[in-house]
Ligand binder design. Structure first.
Ligand code: PMP
Length: 398
């Protein structure tokens, strides 16, 4: 049953129209119940305790790891590492991979439409050793140039990092093809799946990627939990990320040996309640049917694109043939922030600015956009409310 209590909120006397799902999705009752249920009945630290609550919490935490494994079709549950979110997942890989496998003059390929969290960690890793980034360009529609991509490979290419879905343009990238080309050059690939997992079925074996990162809070789960999927062969080779409890086997002042996978990459006390919330979110999506969610959002995207395109002076950024439910736009010469503020006064929640993708803004020579993004609970009424509100504010600010 779809029940998102927060969606009943009134904003300045208007019903809330929540169109900021790419930033974070709202949480269904089941997820809120899982989170509060954990603190009401299960709270204790996992893995180490000799007592009932610790054993129960550990069992439930490890159950979610298996659930995530099946959700993204990983080969085994050792390949699922819990993190705080996509940002931490990418930092984990960039930091460990950087220390283990990047040397001076090496190259990392990223796409031009990456979120800052799939650019800056690679810059940091490159800076440490004197390696550098190469960038896959995209065209005006927001489609990656695959010819240029192929031409970027050299003897020094060590990794490719690319988003599955762009959080600004909505482009669904051809990740299988991106991986195939990289693997032809024996180069591993990290896919940033932050904007994909809640919106389409994801199968890491089918994609063939070596790492796949995502955040719980963008898929109906609580904030504070995310996932780094890593192919076992790679996780076995990567040096540890953070040091601390749980990731060790034996510690002396002379030498430390490390725990087995996946615990080697989970130092310290994890956010157990949030992980259980993630499990409930996966149950929720599976009950709704991820294919049904994808179909629903595609219909919304088509509906919204048609309605918004008909508004005089409105320009959409990101018109790739294969898109997810994200629409970035500008209204005449109005500043995106002004549009967002006026929409808010009418109860409509959108995001404005560069969406942590400044290079995308530079590519189009704009300061930012207004972004409306959809989720399973978005309706055509929500889109109508957005369109009506834009028509209302356009004469005031254009
Ligand atoms: N990558 C993409 C494509 C995103 O949209 C986001 C969040 N906007 C992130 C990474 C970072 O996710 P988080 O803040 O949850 O770590």
């Amino acid at each position: 049953m779809m029940n998102f209590p927060i969606l009943d909120t009134k904003v300045y006397g208007h019903p809330l129209v929540y169109l900021d799902n790419a930033a974070t999705t709202q949480k269904p009752q089941q997820v809120i119940d899982a989170l509060t249920g954990y603190y009401l009945t299960l709270n204790s630290n996992i893995h180490r305790g000799a007592h009932y609550l610790a054993a129960q919490a550990t069992e439930r935490y490890e159950e979610v790891r298996r659930k995530v494994q099946l959700f993204v079709n990983a080969r085994n549950n050792k390949e699922i590492v819990f993190t705080r979110g996509t940002t931490e997942s990418i930092n984990l890989v960039a930091s460990s991979f950087g220390r283990g496998f990047l040397k001076e003059c090496d190259e990392v390929i990223v796409s031009g439409m990456e979120h800052h969290s799939n650019i800056v960690p690679w810059q940091l890793a490159c800076e440490q050793v004197g390696a550098r980034l190469k960038v896959i360009p995209f065209n005006d529609e927001g489609v990656l140039d695959m010819k240029v991509y192929e031409s970027l490979f050299s003897q020094r290419t060590r990794l490719v990092a690319c988003c599955h879905v762009s959080n600004t343009l909505g482009t669904v990238n051809p990740v299988k093809e991106i991986v195939r080309i990289a693997h032809d050059h024996q180069v591993p690939v990290l896919i940033d799946g932050a904007q994909a997992v809640a919106h389409m079925p994801v199968d890491v074996q089918e994609i063939g990627c070596d790492f796949y990162c995502f955040s719980g809070h963008k898929m109906y789960a609580p904030m504070g939990v995310g996932v780094m999927y890593g192919r076992e062969e790679w996780l076995d080779k990567l040096p540890p990320y953070q040091g601390g409890g749980e990731m060790i086997k034996d510690v002396t002042f002379e030498r430390t040996t490390y725990n087995e996978l996946p615990f080697r990459f989970e130092a310290g006390t994890p956010s157990v309640g949030d992980v259980l919330g993630l499990g409930a979110a996966i149950d929720f999506m599976q009950q709704e049917g991820i294919e049904n969610i994808a179909r629903h959002e595609e219909e919304l995207l088509n509906y919204a694109t048609e309605k918004l395109s008909a508004i005089p002076g409105l320009r959409i950024f990101g018109t790739a043939p294969h898109k997810a439910g994200v629409i970035s736009f500008l209204l005449g010469n109005a500043h995106p922030y002004d549009v967002g503020t006026l929409l808010d006064k009418l109860g409509i929640a959108v995001r404005t600015g560069h969406h942590c993708t400044q290079p995308v803004m530079d590519r189009y020579g704009i300061p930012g956009t207004v972004r409306a993004s959809f989720a399973c609970y978005t309706t055509t009424d929500d889109i109508d409310a957005l369109v009506n509100a834009i028509n209302r504010i356009a004469p005031i600010i254009c």
